[in-house]
Write a protein that binds this ligand. Structure first.
Ligand SMILES: Cc1cc2nc3c(=O)[nH]c(=O)nc-3n(C[C@H](O)[C@H](O)[C@H](O)COP(=O)(O)OP(=O)(O)OC[C@H]3O[C@@H](n4cnc5c(N)ncnc54)[C@H](O)[C@@H]3O)c2cc1C
Length: 404
């Protein structure tokens, strides 16, 4: 096996050959440069997103074919067969380069792939895992329903056995990227008379089968990144079942733990011009960096930014040691969301009316995406209140919240 230093040298050579390096620090970030806030908040701009998805898929395929797409995956499935520490090192390295927006893969790779690896039949895992990592398959998470969000176990979308198939009927909602997805992970009620947490079964579902209708939901950012999904007699083969019949709740927990880990760990590790770097650039352009009160505020945001980065590294290291994401990911998700909200608040106050009028001046109206998108970050991947309950009960050992 190759050692880490040799691997990093090979990865750097590969990245240098294919991508430009991005500015490392706020000081290097030049005002007027770079894209907007794509990938940071739920977006979905119909005019540009399809081209963006194709660019993301091209990069995922190039990376996979060069051996850097599934570094800790088994060799027989197209992975590089290296330890997870190598995959982490590559992610840190890749973040220093200009890349297309890769958020289209967050759900497929961060949530669905680990669930497939843990719960799918071997032949199904062999079919889908390589294509998920190569970016050929885009996946979505079909959990939430109009009557089931935080209390996911009250879901009512039905799955009824019919020979070698299951027949799905019902509605899901807030399904990010369902309009691009080839594959869905869906949790359904298979035993309506069973106990609440025991009567559910999980499946992979081919999003192109008859009986699945995807309808976009328009957001206040102007985009339409998530959808309602309707199932009407949609058929799923039993081979696509994840886990045992009636064991869907355990499968959902695998996905949800990975969801929190993937959202949490994505919040503090980003390099280059993230929202914080843009905020500093904004302060320079508006002259706020010479105002003592604004400087005090910026200093506090800088400290939060740094603490979030260190907390992320600690949580990722704990997760690597334990092999599983733990409840500390809820701390990370809450802290990351809080930091984004503080940045958006500061920018909104600094820009005033320029935030609401698209005057063509670079770096002003673009902030509306973040300002209007961050409230969604308080809900997706577990709401602030639910994460606080997890921290209270599972990190601090406080008495359990009263349950109905
Ligand atoms: C950007 C974004 C992307 C999303 N993507 C997906 C996706 O791809 N797939 C998917 O399945 N879902 C997705 N969701 C849905 C998300 O999982 C739900 O919004 C979330 O679980 C909350 O459910 P809800 O919206 O029904 O709110 P509810 O659960 O109805 O909550 C309403 C309010 O009550 C509070 N509350 C509820 N229960 C408790 C409690 N026990 N204690 C204290 N307070 C409580 C909540 O914190 C919240 O403030 C997404 C949501 C967003 C915002």
């Amino acid at each position: 096996m190759t050692d880490l230093a040799t691997f990093v040298a090979a990865a750097t050579e590969f990245l240098d050959a294919h991508r430009a390096r991005r500015p490392e620090t706020a000081a290097d970030f030049v005002w007027g440069e770079g894209d907007d806030f794509v990938g940071i908040v739920e977006e979905g701009d119909p005019a540009t997103e399809l081209a963006g998805v194709r660019l993301a898929q091209e990069w995922a395929a190039t990376r996979f074919d060069a051996g850097f797409g599934w570094i800790d995956g088994p060799r027989e499935l197209g992975g590089a067969g290296l330890p997870t520490a190598f995959a982490r090192a590559y992610r840190g390295l890749e973040a220093r380069y200009e890349l297309p927006d890769l958020s289209i893969f967050t759900i497929g790779l961060g949530m669905v792939a680990p669930t497939v690896a843990a719960h799918a039949r071997p032949e199904i895992a062999e079919r889908f895992l390589p294509s998920l990592y190569r970016g050929d398959t885009i996946a979505c998470q079909l959990f939430s329903e109009p009557g089931a969000g935080s209390d996911l176990a009250s879901l009512s979308c039905r799955a009824e056995r019919d020979g070698d198939d299951w027949v799905l009927n019902g509605q899901k909602v807030w399904t990010s990227n369902a309009h691009h997805a080839h594959l869905g992970e869906v949790i359904c009620r298979s035993d309506p008379d069973g106990a609440k947490h025991q009567g559910m079964t999980a499946f992979l579902v081919d999003m192109s089968v008859p009986g699945i209708e995807v309808r976009p939901l328009r957001q206040m950012t102007g985009g339409a990144g998530f959808n309602e999904v309707f199932f009407t007699d949609a058929r799923v083969p039993d081979t696509y079942r994840l886990g045992e019949i009636g064991a869907g709740w355990g499968v959902a927990l695998t996905t949800l733990m990975n969801e929190r880990a993937s959202i949490g760990s994505g919040m503090g590790l980003a390099r280059g011009p993230g929202p914080f770097e843009r905020l500093i650039a904004l302060a320079r352009v508006t002259g706020a960096d010479n105002d003592p009160i604004a400087r005090d505020h910026l200093a506090r945001l800088y400290i939060d930014h740094k603490v979030l980065g260190y907390t992320t590294r600690r949580a990722v290291a704990n997760m690597a040691a334990a092999g599983l994401p733990g409840p500390e990911m809820s701390v990370l998700k809450l802290a990351g969301t809080r930091h984004l909200i503080d940045i958006a608040d500061y920018a909104a106050r600094a820009l005033g009316p320029k935030l609401t009028a698209d005057t063509g001046e670079w770096g002003t109206f673009a902030w509306t995406k973040l300002v209007c998108g961050v409230p969604g970050a308080r809900l997706g991947g577990g709401t602030d209140e639910i994460n606080r309950s997890i921290i209270g009960e599972r990190v601090l050992g406080l008495p359990r919240e009263p349950r109905p």
